[in-house]
Design a protein around this ligand. Structure first.
Ligand SMILES: [Zn+2]
Length: 214
């Protein structure tokens, strides 16, 4: 259910971990690297090309934080515009990538798009108390937020794992298959769609809470 990897300054990605994540989460990739006061961000549906490009970029720009995301499509298909990371509040200065299932949006946008457009701008991410409140509202979901010239933020860091200096949001870096076809990616019941109706209904209070709706 997606692999989101975060690399602190100076940490190099392991190619095999990126390839495992992209094989298990084949609906597109994306990256962000901070260099100086700017962010280099890219997206693509060809994972082999994206991984090679990201590794070359990271070798050239090792001194800032970086992240790489491979997407498992719970909402919609493999589309370039659904790849993470996404601009937060429409601003290219801050991007977010996400791992998990937040909710199904009535307007058809992906949950990460709603997180980036409508939810994150409601929180003061520089305030530790607000970050904590946001992470609690996201429940089992994880996210990495990068802003040009600022430290990266990992939401629900404790739900991922640190391996060789890098943080991974799921065990998919190891390559083991966790979700098979025909099952719900959240509860693993038999389901013809990636999120079953029960899990979709159970997530509606989370959507309302993150949007500040009563
Ligand atoms: Zn389910």
């Amino acid at each position: 259910m997606c692999l989101l990897s975060y690399y602190p300054p100076g940490v190099m990605p392991v190619r095999e971990h990126l390839e495992n994540g992209a094989r298990l989460n084949a609906a597109g990739c994306g990256y962000a690297l901070a260099a100086g006061g700017t962010l280099a961000v890219g997206h693509g549906l060809d994972s082999a090309e994206m991984i090679s490009w990201f590794l070359d970029l990271r070798a050239a720009l090792p001194d800032g934080p970086a992240m790489f995301h491979s997407r498992y499509a719970q909402t919609g298909a493999a589309r370039l515009e659904s790849c993470h990371p996404m601009n937060v509040g429409g601003s290219p200065g801050t991007v977010v990538a996400h791992n998990g299932y937040l909710f199904t949006s009535p307007d058809g946008r992906t949950d990460t798009r709603v997180l980036a457009d409508d939810e994150l701008p409601r929180f003061s991410l520089g305030d530790p108390a607000e970050r904590f409140a946001l992470a609690v509202l996201m429940e089992g979901n994880k996210a990495v937020i990068m802003s040009a010239g600022k430290d990266a933020i990992i939401l629900n860091e404790r739900l991922g794992s640190w391996v060789s200096g890098a943080w991974h949001s799921s065990p998919d870096y190891g390559g083991g298959l966790r979700i098979t076809g025909g099952e719900c990616s959240v509860c693993h019941c038999g389901s013809p769609v990636p999120v079953c109706k029960d899990c979709e209904a159970a997530a509606e209070p989370r959507r309302r809470a993150l949007l500040g709706l009563s």
